[in-house]
Design a protein around this ligand. Structure first.
Ligand SMILES: CC(C)(COP(=O)(O)OP(=O)(O)OC[C@H]1O[C@@H](n2cnc3c(N)ncnc32)[C@H](O)[C@@H]1OP(=O)(O)O)[C@@H](O)C(=O)NCCC(=O)NCCS
Length: 178
């Protein structure tokens, strides 16, 4: 595992994030297009939230979260995109990015008086990222969409309210046993 520093993305980091995107997604291969797309998303804060993973001074990965359906009391958010530079994959950076950024999102929601209801994430039926989402978000495949980008994609859902209720139930059981 490589330890990285996770922080909110700054405007001047857009070109470096675009390089990671360009190396990771066919739809963002063109660096100019990648920069434009990231710039648009960055300007949509706080509907869109970018976090970056830094190894020393190099940006080696990023994650983009997007709130859906309004700034709701029971918030629905999507992990819209995540990528790590090819040479750094499989070293725990995606895991740190997902877990730490989610923690920050939860803090932000609490501050504005909301709680997280649902996390949604879409990925290819064959993409190994499914394992990452199961592990870090407790997300489960709920449906398949035929021919979305370059093929079939699964929509994975993490039902955060259910997870919180289950945690409370377990805690109550533990207290009763004491
Ligand atoms: C998906 C991605 C961000 C994961 O980042 P990462 O730093 O490689 O992830 P981690 O090292 O923390 O691994 C997380 C888990 O996912 C699995 N995994 C995810 N993507 C993987 C990949 N491309 N290759 C191998 N394993 C992968 C690992 O097995 C690991 O599980 P484990 O810890 O139980 O072994 C990265 O592989 C990537 O940038 N892929 C290309 C872009 C992409 O497909 N993004 C997702 C689109 S929805």
């Amino acid at each position: 595992m490589i330890k990285v520093a996770i922080s909110k993305m700054k405007r001047e980091q857009i070109p470096a994030v675009a390089r990671v995107a360009s190396a990771s997604f066919s739809g963002l291969k063109d660096l100019k297009i990648a920069k434009k797309w990231i710039d648009c998303n960055f300007n949509a804060f706080p509907r869109m939230f970018y976090f970056v993973a830094k190894l020393k001074e190099e940006i080696v990965g990023y994650v983009l979260w997007m709130e859906k359906g309004g700034f709701r009391e029971r918030a629905v958010i999507e992990l819209e995109q995540i990528a790590v530079l090819p040479e750094y994959r499989g070293k725990g950076i995606g895991t740190q990015l997902t877990e730490k950024s989610l923690c920050e999102i939860k803090k932000y929601l609490k501050k504005r008086g909301s709680v997280l209801k649902i996390i949604e994430v879409t990925t290819g039926t064959e993409n190994k990222a499914q394992r990452l989402y199961k592990k870090t978000l407790n997300a489960k495949v709920e449906c398949t969409v035929k021919d979305l980008f370059r093929g079939d994609e699964v929509i994975m859902i993490s039902r955060q309210e259910k997870l919180r209720q289950e945690k409370l139930r377990q805690e109550k059981l533990r207290q009763e046993k004491k």
